[in-house]
Design a protein around this ligand. Structure first.
Ligand SMILES: Cc1cc2nc3c(=O)[nH]c(=O)nc-3n(C[C@H](O)[C@H](O)[C@H](O)COP(=O)(O)OP(=O)(O)OC[C@H]3O[C@@H](n4cnc5c(N)ncnc54)[C@H](O)[C@@H]3O)c2cc1C
Length: 442
C-alpha cells in the first residue's frame, strides 16, 4: 500500500514517529517537547495497556477499562501531537519511511517501542492450544475460560472430566505465573465455594510449571523461596526445573514424565521481541534491536530502540537490562531529554539504569519485595505492591476505580467481575476483518 497517511505538515518542526504506545512509547510521547517536534504515535490499539495487572482482569479482580487508557484522550491538550491506529510493518531507512497497515509515513526521527509478544519457542501446537496473557483481549479470553470451567464443573458428573475441568496448569514461574497461581488459589478459597456450592473445590488443582530451578528467577533467592512457600501453603503444586513438552488436549506432558489432564493451560513462559522488517541484520541482537548508550539502533543515528524490544549491552549491563516497566520508562525519559536538548545544542547523556527494586504479589496479604539491600515478604510487601501499582496506573479515574475495587474485594473477600461476556461476532465484523487482512497482505 503506497498511500500516505494524512497528517498535517508542520514544516518548521522535525517529525518524531513513535511505533508502540506502551510504557516506553507513551512516556516518550509525553516527554518530548511538542514546541520542538511534531510527534506522531502509532499503535495497533487505540489505547494503552497496563500489563502488570492483566492477571487481575483474567481473574475477575479488575475491569479491563481500569487498566487501559485511550491514547487520544491522553494527548487531547497537546498541539503537534497526532495518533494513528495502525500496525507498522517495515521501515525504509533510506527514504525515512515506515510502511503501515493504513499507508506510509515519513519521519525525521523514529523510536521503535514495539515491546514483546508471547514466545512459544517454536512450538505451534502450544501456541494454538494454550491461553496467553499479553494483551487486554487475551486477559478477557482467559477470564472467560476460567469462568466457563466452573460453569462446566457444575453440570458434569464424570469424575475424570471434573478433574480435567478443574485442573489449571500455568506454564512459567515468573511474576505473571506466580500472580496468576496466587489469584486462582485465593478464588478457590474464598469466592468459588460461595458461587458454586454444588462443586467440590477440593478437586480443583493449580499446577505451576517452571523451567528455572526457582520461581521469580529475576528476583532474590529469598523472594523465590518465600513465593514458593506461600503458594504451597495455598495449595499450589509447583514443578521446578521442568518444562511442558506438549499439550495434546487434554493431556499436558511435563519433562519429568508427569502427565496431567487439563482443559486450562495458561502459557506465560516467555516473550520474544516484536521486530520490524527493513533494518540491516546488524541492527539486531538475539532478535532485539541492538542500541548504544543513547538508545540509537546499531548503524542508524535517527532510529532509537526503547523498552522491551531493545537490547543495550554496556559495561553496566553486559547481558542487557531486564525487560521490565522501569527500564522502558527510564529509556524513554532519556531519549526525550536528549532529543529536547539536541535542538538547544546541549550534549547528550548516556542511559544509566536506576534499579528501583522489584515486587511481585502472591495473593491476599502476600507479596515479595527486593528493594535495594532489603528483601522481605508478607503483608508489608503486599501493601507496598498495592500502592506502587495504584500510583503507576494511567488516568485518575482508573486509579480511583482500582482503589475502590481492591478495598471492596479486601473487605468482602470477593471480586465482583465474574462475568462471562462473549462478544457477538457479526457479519459486519467479518467484513472489517477481511479489510484488515487484505491490508496486511499488501
Ligand atoms: C502479564 C505481564 C505482567 C507484567 N508484570 C510486570 C511487573 O509486575 N513489573 C514490571 O516492571 N514489568 C512487568 N511486565 C513487563 C512490562 O509490562 C514490560 O516490560 C513493558 O510493558 C515494556 O514496555 P514497552 O513499551 O517496551 O512495551 P509494551 O508495553 O509491550 O508496548 C508495546 C506497544 O507496541 C504496540 N505494538 C507492537 N507492535 C506494533 C506494531 N508493529 N505496530 C504498531 N504498534 C505495535 C503494542 O500494541 C503496545 O501498545 C509484565 C508484562 C506482562 C505481559
Amino acid at each position: 500500500m503506497d498511500t500516505v497517511i494524512n497528517i498535517p505538515q508542520a514544516h518548521e518542526l522535525k517529525r518524531v514517529v513513535i511505533i508502540g504506545g506502551g510504557f516506553a512509547g507513551l512516556e516518550l510521547a509525553k516527554k518530548l517537547d511538542k514546541k520542538l517536534y511534531q510527534v506522531v504515535l502509532i499503535d495497533k490499539n487505540n489505547y494503552y495497556q497496563f500489563q502488570p495487572l492483566f492477571y487481575q482482569v483474567a481473574t475477575g479482580g479488575l475491569e479491563p477499562s481500569s487498566i487501559s487508557y485511550p491514547h487520544r484522550k491522553n494527548f487531547q491538550k497537546n498541539k503537534n501531537f497526532h495518533f494513528r491506529m495502525c500496525e507498522a510493518m517495515s521501515v525504509d531507512p533510506e527514504t525515512k519511511t515506515i510502511k503501515t497497515s493504513i499507508g506510509n509515513i515519513t519521519y525525521d526521527y523514529l523510536a521503535i517501542a514495539t515491546g514483546c509478544d508471547t514466545n512459544y519457542f517454536g512450538n505451534d501446537n502450544l501456541k494454538e492450544s494454550t491461553f496467553a496473557l499479553k494483551s487486554v483481549s487475551e486477559s478477557l479470553l482467559l477470564r472467560n475460560r476460567i469462568l466457563l470451567s466452573f460453569e462446566e464443573a457444575s453440570i458434569v458428573n464424570n469424575e475424570d472430566e471434573i478433574r480435567e475441568i478443574l485442573s489449571f496448569v500455568i506454564v512459567g514461574g515468573g511474576a505473571t505465573g506466580v500472580e496468576l497461581a496466587g489469584a486462582l488459589a485465593d478464588m478457590r478459597k474464598s469466592i468459588l465455594p460461595k458461587d458454586y456450592p454444588e462443586v467440590d473445590f477440593n478437586r480443583m488443582e493449580i499446577h505451576l510449571v517452571d523451567a528455572s530451578p526457582r520461581l521469580l528467577s529475576g528476583m532474590s533467592e529469598k523472594a523465590s523461596e518465600k513465593a514458593a512457600e506461600t503458594l504451597r501453603d495455598r495449595g499450589v503444586i509447583i514443578y521446578h526445573d521442568k518444562f511442558v513438552k506438549s499439550y495434546d488436549k487434554p493431556f499436558v506432558e511435563i519433562s519429568d514424565g508427569t502427565r496431567l489432564r487439563s482443559r486450562n493451560v495458561f502459557w506465560v513462559a516467555g516473550v520474544k521481541p516484536n521486530s520490524l522488517q527493513g533494518l540491516s541484520e546488524n541492527a539486531y541482537n538475539r532478535g532485539r534491536l541492538a542500541v548504544n548508550e543513547y538508545n540509537q539502533a546499531q548503524g542508524y543515528d535517527n532510529i532509537f530502540g526503547i523498552g522491551d524490544t531493545s537490547l543495550l549491552i554496556s559495561a553496566d549491563s553486559p547481558k542487557g537490562h531486564p525487560q521490565v516497566a522501569q527500564v522502558a520508562l527510564q529509556m524513554a525519559k532519556q531519549v526525550a531529554k536528549n532529543l529536547n536538548n539536541k535542538s538547544k545544542g546541549k550534549t547528550w547523556e548516556v542511559f544509566k539504569y536506576k534499579d528501583k527494586g522489584s515486587l511481585a504479589t502472591i495473593g491476599r496479604n502476600a507479596a515479595v519485595a527486593d528493594l535495594g539491600k532489603f528483601h522481605f515478604g508478607g503483608w508489608f510487601a503486599w501493601w507496598i505492591w498495592l500502592w506502587v501499582h495504584i500510583l503507576s496506573i494511567v488516568g485518575m479515574r482508573n486509579k480511583v476505580s482500582v482503589f475502590i475495587d481492591w478495598v471492596w474485594s479486601y473487605l468482602n473477600y470477593d471480586v465482583s467481575l465474574r462475568l462471562y461476556i462473549r462478544p457477538e461476532y457479526s457479519e459486519m465484523y467479518k467484513e472489517e476483518d477481511a479489510i484488515e487482512t487484505n491490508k496486511h497482505k499488501k
